[in-house]
Design a protein around this ligand. Sequence first.
Ligand code: AMP
Length: 224
Amino acid sequence: MSELNLILLGPPGAGKGTQAERLQDDFQVPFISTGDMLRANVKGATELGREARNYMDAGELVPDDLIVAMVAERLQEDDAEDGFILDGFPRTIEQAHALDRQLSELSRRVTAVLLIDVPDSDLVRRLSGRRVCVKAGHNYHIEFDPPKHEGVCDQDGSKLIQRDDDKPEVIRNRLRVYHDQTEPLVDYYDEQGVLRKIDGTRDATDVHDHIRAVIATLRLEENV
Ligand code: AMP
C-alpha cells in the first residue's frame, strides 16, 4: 500500500480534530495538529511558544515562517513516512506552497484534501460550547457531547477547560481570518484535483463514515 497524505481543511470548529483522531486509528498514520503543537510550545514556554502566544490569544495566524519550519521538522520524523493527517495546516497559500515544495523534494504528494464544510452560524455555537482536557486536549461539547461527569475528561480524568481562543470575541476574529486567509486554499486544491467536500453539519459518526467512503473510493481509483 502506498502512503496516505491527508489534509483536513475547514473552519475552526468544523470537527477536524475529532475526525483526525478517528482517522488516525483507522489508518495508523500520525495526526499532526499545528494548533496542538503550538499549544504544547506555549505550555512548555519554548521560544516558539513565546513568539506564537500573542497571535494565538488574539485569534490571528502565527507567521508562516515559524509554522512552516515546525511542520517541516515534524514531517521528517519516521512515523510520517507512510502518511499523515494534517489538521490546521496549511492555513495560507504560502504554507500550501511550502508543503508542496517539501513533499515534491521527497517525491511525495498530497493524496486528498478533505474540506469539512459548516456554516458560520453553527460554528459560533460549537466553538463557544467546546471544552478540552488540560492533559491531552481531548474534546467535548457542553451541549452536543458532554463528558460523563461535568468538568472532567472521560478518557484521562483531567480537568476540562475552555480554550482562551474559544471565547466569543476571539471566535469572531478566527472566522474572519479563516475566510480571508484559509478559504482561498479551497480553490487552490480544487484546481489540483485533490479536494473532496464533506458535509460537516451531520453528526461526527456520519461525517466519519463519509470520509472513510471517500478514502476507499480514492484508493480504488488511484490504488493508493
Ligand atoms: P487551531 O487549534 O488549529 O484552531 O489553532 C489555534 C491557533 O494556533 C490559531 O488560531 C493560530 O493562532 C495558531 N495556528 C495553528 N495552526 C496554524 C497555522 N497553520 N498557521 C498559522 N497559525 C496557526
